[in-house]
Every structure is written in structure tokens, then in C-alpha cells.
Write a protein that binds this ligand. Structure first.
Ligand code: SAH
Length: 470
């Protein structure tokens, strides 16, 4: 970061602007908005500035710039087309330790003007540090459309209640939850619709209720999808931004974790390299404890929480303790990974049904309904590590599927580490081992795998792919 954004108080302070043209006038407009006392140093003034002066909004020193003009100034700006004057202003300001901006000459500046969205008291500033002003202006336009004009009044309303909320809601957490509910709920809508008195009354009622109710936590059981953060649902993202604490495991990708509210506490409950994951009962108990502490708990899981995710068990415990919760589905590995591998799970010619199974290797065998798995005209998706792959392929052949029946293994699907290996029941396990695939991997068995030759569209190893933000 080359510049630290700060918001400076200029009310009643002297700011010197060297230059009397239109560009200077624009900067002076901003300074006046911030209630600065502006002194212009310029031999002549453009009509707009002359008018300003007549109205008594600015002072004018009708002279060429001299360093002593900056004595006592809080800020200095030069907007002239005279290179020597610009340099002189920059040097004089820096000698006096006065922050200085020379329009369009970043090398002479000690501060830069950002692009501004003014919804006072809310002010948003965007800057590229002078590198790409057009880009920061574009970003500003985008942000403009996201921040309703009435946000300023909403912030004023909040400001008027701030002290009272502080007194009546004891903990910082309670206050944060209170304000987030207000800003996301009907009271904010009322403000935005211009019904300010009604909003004020509703805010007072909400505060009275919150003060009576005390702290109360809740749990969001959220599916984080297979890896690519773009595959999150809107609701998942909203709750990820709202949570005070996140409990997550190994399958949640880094890109997804990056979208969790920054100051939320993070608790990892997945497998460490050497030891085991936290036992399920301990996770269930942890969620209960956090919620009873009044916290908003995000239980974030890879894929979908209700597909081989043990999400059901977790919320059963919550229900037993009367803790409010909600469940947000995610894109499961099966459909996410299949899409990114170009393998449709069903197809009119090849598969009329699809079966999801998970196989845990125990004593070198896997307990699955092999007869149900080895049916033609269906696709089988197997969630599990690679260890049982050879056994699964052998069992399916024994159960009557042809040796050359198509199958694929996909590593870390939907992410930039995605790799896909296709083969047959006879050779797939060997090919995957030779290629050194890493967890997590998903296995897809069925004739639909043949379609990949035609339909593959996402191959992050391929230089032609657009870069992915993963
Ligand atoms: N609830 C999760 C599944 C949990 S079981 C879901 O709905 O996706 C864990 C298994 O999911 C892994 O062993 C692996 O087989 C599969 N898996 C999850 N993410 C994957 C990914 N990005 N690529 C390949 N397989 C994945």
C-alpha cells in the first residue's frame, strides 16, 4: 500500500490553492464541501472562482506564488500549467511539512485525491494511487449504484441512537448484532423509502426489545461448494459476512474462506496432517456452546451440508438445545465437479439415473451395495479418497460391468488444481496412481464419461484458460 487512506478534518482550516483556473475550481469545490477556509494564490481567476470570491466563499491573493503564502496552511494544492510554479509549491510545502497535491503530477505530491462517493456522513474514497485514475472512477461508478442515496440519512439516524445503544446493550457483540439487524432489515428499508419518523420509532422499539431479550446466538449450517468461490449461493455469502465465528474443515477452499467476514474468529475442526479431525460429538458440542454464548456461528462445510456432510447430526443437537439454525445448500462435489469436468451426470443416450455413494475403506474392503452400483444406463458418483479405487473398479467388474466401462477420477474439481483422469474400470486405478493425484478426488463411473472428450471446457492446466481467482 503506497498511500494510507485517512479522512482529514478541514473545517475552519486554511487550505492554499495555487492556480485560478477550472481545474483549481474543481478542487476548491471539494475543499468547500469539507468546510475548509480556502485561499487562492493566482494572478487571475476564472469566472467561476471570481464568483466564489464575490460571494465570500474564498480568499484571493492576486499574485504569483511565493513560498510564504503557505505559512500556516493545513493543506496545499497546485493546479497550474506552469511546471516551475508547481515545483515551487511542492518544495515549499514539503519544507513546511504541509501535505501537498500537484494536479496530475504524482511525483510532486505527498497526498492524492481519491474518487469520492459522498453520502455524508458516509464517504467512500477509491484510489489507484495515481496509477489508473480511470479505473478508480469506474469502480466508483459501480459502488455508486450499490450505495443508495439515502444511506447518509440512515447513518445520521444511527448516529443519533449510538449513545443510547451503547448504554443499553452491554457487550460490543450485542451492539454489532443489533446494528447489523437494523441495517439489513425493514428499518433501513423505511429510511430508504423516506419514512424517517416511522423508522425512528421502529428503531426505538427494536432497541427496547433487544435490551430486554439479552444475547441470543444462532447457527448457520452453510454449504461452501466444491472449491470455486463463485459457486457459493447469495445466502451463503450473506451469512458468511454476518457470522462472528466460523467452524470449518479441510474441504472448505481458501478462496471460500477469504469471503468470510474478516474479523470473525476461525475454528478449524478438520483433519490435521498427523492427527485426526475433531470427533463429531465434539463438533456438535462446540456449536452448541458457541451459540449459547450468544454468538452467530457459521458452520461452513465443503459441498452441500446434507450430502455426506453429517450436517443432519449437527443440527439435531442444536434442535435438542432449542438453538435457532438455518441450513444453506451448497453445490455438492458431484454436480460441481462433474460440470467443471465436462461430464453430464445424466444423458438421454447413456444414463437415466445417477447414484451418489461414499465408500470408506475398512479392512481392505468397502461396504457398498455392489449390485445397485453395477447397473447399466446409470451414472455412479463415488465420494471418497483414492485408497479404495482399485477395489471399487474390481468389484464393479465382478458384478458384471464390462472391463472397458468408462470411469473418471477428478482431483480438486472446480479449482485451479483440477485434474481429470479418464480410463476404464480395468486401467483407471493404475493411471491415477501413476499420475500422482491428490485429495480430494471424486470418481464418476458410467458411459457419460465418454462425453468429456467433446464437452471439456475447464482445464486450468491449459494456458488458454482465463486466469481463475482461486
Ligand atoms: N458434503 C460434501 C462431501 C463431503 S465427503 C459435498 O457435498 O461435496 C468428502 C468427499 O467429497 C471427498 O473425499 C471427495 O470425494 C469429495 N469432494 C469434495 N470436494 C471435492 C472436489 N473439489 N473435487 C473432488 N472431490 C471432492
Amino acid at each position: 500500500m503506497d498511500h494510507l487512506p485517512i479522512f482529514i478534518t478541514l473545517r475552519g482550516r486554511c487550505c492554499v490553492v495555487v492556480g485560478g483556473g477550472e481545474i483549481a475550481a474543481r478542487k476548491i469545490g471539494l475543499l468547500c464541501k469539507a468546510h475548509a477556509m480556502v485561499t487562492i494564490v493566482a494572478p487571475e481567476l476564472c469566472p467561476a472562482l471570481a464568483e466564489h470570491r464575490q460571494q465570500g466563499l474564498v480568499d484571493w491573493i492576486a499574485a504569483r506564488f511565493e513560498p510564504h503564502h503557505l505559512d500556516g496552511a493545513t493543506l496545499a494544492i497546485a493546479a497550474t500549467d506552469d511546471e516551475a510554479v508547481n515545483r515551487a509549491v511542492s518544495a515549499a510545502a514539503q519544507t513546511r511539512n504541509i501535505p501537498v497535491n500537484i494536479v496530475d503530477q504524482p511525483a510532486l505530491c505527498t497526498f492524492v485525491f481519491p474518487s469520492i462517493i459522498d453520502r455524508s456522513p458516509i464517504v467512500v474514497a477509491v484510489s489507484s494511487g495515481g496509477a489508473a485514475p480511470v479505473l478508480s472512477r469506474m469502480l466508483r461508478s459501480r459502488l455508486e449504484t450499490m450505495i443508495p442515496a439515502a444511506y447518509g440519512r440512515l447513518a445520521e439516524l444511527a448516529g443519533a441512537f449510538r449513545e443510547q445503544v451503547k448504554q443499553r446493550l452491554g457487550s460490543m457483540q450485542q451492539r454489532r448484532i443489533f446494528w447489523e439487524n437494523i441495517f439489513e432489515g425493514p428499518i433501513a428499508e423505511q429510511m430508504l423509502a423516506g419514512r424517517e419518523d416511522a423508522a425512528k420509532r421502529a428503531l426505538q422499539r427494536a432497541l427496547d426489545n433487544a435490551a430486554d431479550a439479552g444475547a441470543r446466538g444462532e447457527v448457520y449450517l452453510v454449504g461452501g461448494g466444491p472449491g470455486d468461490p463463485d459457486l457459493l449461493t447469495f445466502r451463503a455469502l450473506r451469512l458468511m459476512q454476518k457470522a462472528d465465528v466460523v467452524v470449518y474443515d479441510a474441504l472448505v477452499s481458501e478462496g471460500v474462506m477469504d469471503l468470510v467476514r474478516r474479523d470473525a474468529e476461525r475454528i478449524y475442526v478438520g483433519k490435521q496432517r498427523a492427527n485426526h479431525a475433531l470427533p463429531q460429538e465434539d463438533i456438535n458440542a462446540l456449536l452448541v456452546r458457541l451459540a449459547l454464548d450468544g454468538r452467530r456461528v457459521l458452520r461452513l462445510k465443503g459441498g452441500d451440508p446434507f450430502i455426506f456432510g453429517r450436517g443432519g447430526e449437527e443440527i439435531e443437537t442444536l434442535a435438542e438445545h432449542g438453538i435457532p439454525f438455518q441450513v444453506v445448500p451448497g453445490i455438492s462435489a458431484a454436480n460441481g465437479v462433474a460440470s467443471y469436468a465436462g461430464i453430464p451426470l445424466t444423458h438421454r443416450d447413456y444414463a437415466q439415473s445417477v447414484l451418489f455413494a461414499t465408500g470408506h475403506l475398512r479392512d481392505n474392503s468397502i461396504d457398498l451395495d455392489w449390485e445397485a452400483l453395477a447397473r447399466p444406463r446409470q451414472t455412479v458418483v463415488i465420494y471418497m479418497g483414492l485408497t479404495g479405487l482399485a477395489i471399487i473398479c474390481r468389484k464393479l467388474i465382478e458384478q458384471g460391468l464390462p472391463r472397458d466401462w468408462p470411469a473418471a477420477v477428478i482431483q480438486q474439481g472446480t479449482t485451479r488444481h483440477q485434474r481429470v483422469m479418464t480410463g476404464t474400470l480395468e486401467n483407471l486405478a493404475q493411471k491415477v496412481e501413476a499420475a500422482g493425484f491428490k485429495a480430494p478426488t471424486l470418481t464418476i463411473v458410467g458411459e457419460v464419461v465418454k462425453l468429456r472428450d467433446k464437452l471439456a471446457w475447464f482445464d486450468p492446466q491449459d494456458g488458454d484458460q482465463p486466469p481463475l481467482l482461486l
